[in-house]
Design a binder for this molecule. Structure first.
Ligand code: NAI
Length: 293
């Protein structure tokens, strides 16, 4: 609690407009959650075609959450605006990047963001595994960048890590934490270190679970054991949900393992990345895991 207080619980930052770049698994859901809280959200991706599925997913999420209350669904959907050109960057109070986990692509996107953002806007990355310092290396003012690291699935996960590097601007971090509270989530201040806090613990756990699968234990059995232990979701289902590419990228630097688990490598080579591609350790139908392969 003291660490949370250190982030300025009473900051009066009241963001009205959030711009999200990347309408994939994370960006789409971050945008949906912010719009449901009454913020104007512009959602940018490479094309309208890439944004449309995120808006469709948001509509389904709102319909479920508001149990068919059309007024509330409309309220949220009206605030969620497809913005393929990224016009929202110039007006937003908070800008969150959630594009592919690729340093050069992120740096390119941030060059544009830094040039056009309001001087007092929070500029944040949702990266899981890249170093904040590396992403900020091409900034004119590297202290502006903070991490706002959400967990998947965003609507369900209350924790958000607010990541700072040695030279990060303290005010930007405070504003980021205030933003996280405004969307009713819990900001956890962490330093820019491999895996931050949660993934540093989760990485080895997921890796061991996958090694059990390699040793011949069915994913269902591994997950059932974790559930019986009290985990809300089994580790194999979690890896599929997060996306095997993301889990692999995040796990790589954390576990020190020379070789990825065999089954994971096979699935990745076949392009089976988990829930988002319909197949991973499990086959996925209507967002639910079916039997393992
Ligand atoms: P994703 O692959 O589902 O979505 C990425 C999106 O970025 C795609 O829609 C792509 O078209 C878009 N994109 C790529 N380059 C772009 C550009 N130059 N301009 C605009 N849009 C661009 O990826 P996902 O899983 O949503 O991950 C995004 C970020 O969030 C990564 O940095 C990842 O490390 C991080 N993250 C992912 C988590 C997960 O569970 N999947 C959890 C926490 C963080």
């Amino acid at each position: 609690q003291d660490r949370l207080k250190a982030f300025g619980k009473d900051s009066d930052f009241a963001p009205k407009h959030v711009h999200v770049i990347g309408a994939g698994v994370m960006g789409g859901d971050i945008a949906a959650v912010c719009a449901a809280k009454g913020m104007t959200v512009t959602l940018q991706d490479q094309s309208v075609e890439r944004i449309a599925p995120a808006i469709k997913r948001a509509a389904e999420f709102y319909a479920k959450r508001y149990r068919g209350d059309k007024k509330q669904v409309r309220f949220a959907l009206d605030r969620l605006i497809a913005d393929p050109q990224g016009a929202g960057v110039a007006q937003a109070d908070v800008i969150i990047e959630a594009i592919f986990e690729n340093l050069e692509v992120k740096q390119k996107v941030f060059a544009d963001v830094e040039a056009r953002a309001k001087p007092d806007a929070v500029i944040a990355t949702n990266t899981s595994s890249l170093k904040l310092e590396d992403i900020a290396a091409t900034f004119r003012n590297p202290s502006r960048l903070v991490g706002i690291h959400f967990f998947n699935p965003v609507p369900k996960m209350p924790l958000v890590e607010v990541v700072t590097a040695e030279n990060s601007d303290a005010d930007a971090a405070k504003k980021a934490a205030a933003f996280v509270r405004k969307i009713d989530k819990l900001p956890l201040p962490v330093k820019s270190a491999p895996g931050f806090l949660v993934n540093a613990v989760l990485g080895p756990y997921l890796l061991e679970a996958m090694r059990c699968v390699d040793e011949g234990i069915a994913p269902e059995a591994v997950d059932a054991a974790a559930l019986a232990f009290g985990m809300p979701m089994g580790p194999i289902e979690l890896a599929d949900t997060v996306g095997l590419d993301i889990a692999m990228a995040a796990g790589k630097g954390l576990t020190g393992a020379a070789e990825p688990p065999k089954k994971l490598a096979e699935l990745m080579a076949a392009g089976n990345l988990g829930k988002k591609s319909g197949k991973g350790f499990y086959t996925w139908v209507n967002g639910k895991p079916q039997k393992s392969q």
